[in-house]
Design a binder for this molecule. Structure first.
Ligand code: OSB
Ligand code: MG
Length: 372
């Protein structure tokens, strides 16, 4: 594949509703998109790095120069045949997985278009529909949260995940379970607890949760194994799993019973597939996490979710939950039974609305390959 150029853009998109986690609230997203032009096709990738270094040390202001000054120049100089070639090419740069994923996934995206194949097939997927859940942030009041849950259940979503933190957890779960005794329910703490709170975390067991996601420190796996031995609820790791080795370690020591795979967090589709395979070998289910993506990242999450071991509902939900207008066509729609039907079209099956991308762009830089 002859890559002629790499373009970085920052787009700004206001969220339909604010999103609050244990590390803070946001009303609008600044999203780094990359596109590559190769042999007449354009491949797109989304960098899931946040507006701030809160979810991870990476954020948009580390990702931008990392892509511009290191990853894109390496890509433009190299002989690349497939998305598969990128991780070796980027290995010299330590960490910066969200930056790497944006570019690697753009190469996979271009490759699927060039080969006129659906991206999901290229990735090795088999599912023709995927099951969706929702992630609901911390709200201004418990009533507002119950109202949101009601709306999402009515829309057909098959798993409700609520964000928790000390002071917004057991009290909230009591209210939810009093109203809906049997819904599939999970919680995500984004590292809001410590091992000193094990007695408190044990109280979560009463609510028959599908899982508790990332209760402890993001940079800690071993102590999650200690916690998992002390509680009944299955632990799911998100932030702690940066690559397949970490997944293997976590599963070998019993630090979790479920893994959330975010293609951005782990450096791209190649590593995401490896984690999928590690979990499958341990007979541990995975599901696809979300990072409040625009349609570009959303379409990629859908493709990834077609791999066989994505056995639990993902945080892959409809465009309209986030955006007044998404930058892809068609927008991501979830059927009333909580599923997304997988397209047979080449590429992602979603077209990027470049007019809208242009309208939302606040910063743009293009790098060209040197012509021999
Ligand atoms: O921990 O899964 C998370 C959003 C931003 C950062 C971290 C997380 C999330 C979500 C939202 O839970 C999932 C989504 O709806 O995209
Ligand atoms: Mg999470």
């Amino acid at each position: 594949m002859k890559i002629e150029s790499v373009t970085l853009r920052e787009i700004q998109m206001p969220l339909v509703h604010f999103f609050e986690t244990s590390f803070g609230r946001i009303y609008s997203r600044c999203i780094l998109l990359v596109s590559i032009d190769a042999e007449g096709v354009r491949g797109w990738g989304e960098c899931v790095a946040g507006e701030d270094p809160y979810y991870s040390p990476e954020w948009i202001e580390t990702a931008w120069p990392t892509i511009r000054d290191y990853l894109a120049p390496a890509l433009l100089k190299a002989e690349v045949h497939s998305g598969r070639d990128c991780s070796a090419l980027f290995a010299r740069v330590r960490g910066h997985r969200m930056a790497k994923a944006a570019l690697e996934n753009a190469v996979w995206d271009a490759e699927a278009r060039l080969k006129r194949q659906p991206l999901w097939k290229l990735l090795g997927g088999t599912r023709r529909e995927i099951v969706c859940g929702v992630s609901i942030g911390i709200q201004d009041s418990p009533e507002q949260l119950l109202q949101k849950i009601e709306t999402e259940l009515a829309a057909g979503y098959r798993r409700i995940k609520v964000k928790v933190k000390p002071g917004w957890d057991v009290n909230i779960l009591e209210k939810i379970r009093a109203r809906w005794a049997d819904i599939v329910l999970s919680v995500d703490a984004n590292s809001a607890y410590t091992l000193d709170e094990v007695e408190h975390l044990r109280e979560f067991d009463a609510f028959r949760l599908l899982m508790i996601e990332q209760p402890l420190w993001d940079d800690e796996i071993y102590l999650h194994a200690r916690l998992q031995r002390s509680i009944e609820t299955a632990i799911c790791l998100d932030e702690s799993i940066h690559h397949a080795r970490a997944a293997n370690f976590a599963l070998e020591i019993g630090a979790c019973r479920i893994i959330n795979v975010k293609v951005g967090r782990v450096g791209g589709f190649t590593e995401a597939k490896k984690i999928h395979d590690v979990a499958l070998a341990h007979d541990v289910p995975v599901w696809c996490g979300g990072m409040l993506e625009s349609g570009v990242g959303r379409a990629h999450n859908i493709a990834l979710s077609t791999l066989e071991n994505f056995r639990l509902p993902g945080d892959v939900s409809a465009s309209k939950r986030y955006w007044k207008e998404d930058i892809i066509e068609p927008e991501v729609e979830v059927r009333s039974d909580g599923t997304i039907t997988i397209s047979d079209e080449a590429g992602t099956g979603y077209r990027v609305r470049e007019d809208l991308v242009e309208k939302f762009t606040v910063r743009k830089e293009t790098l060209l390959a040197e012509t021999a």
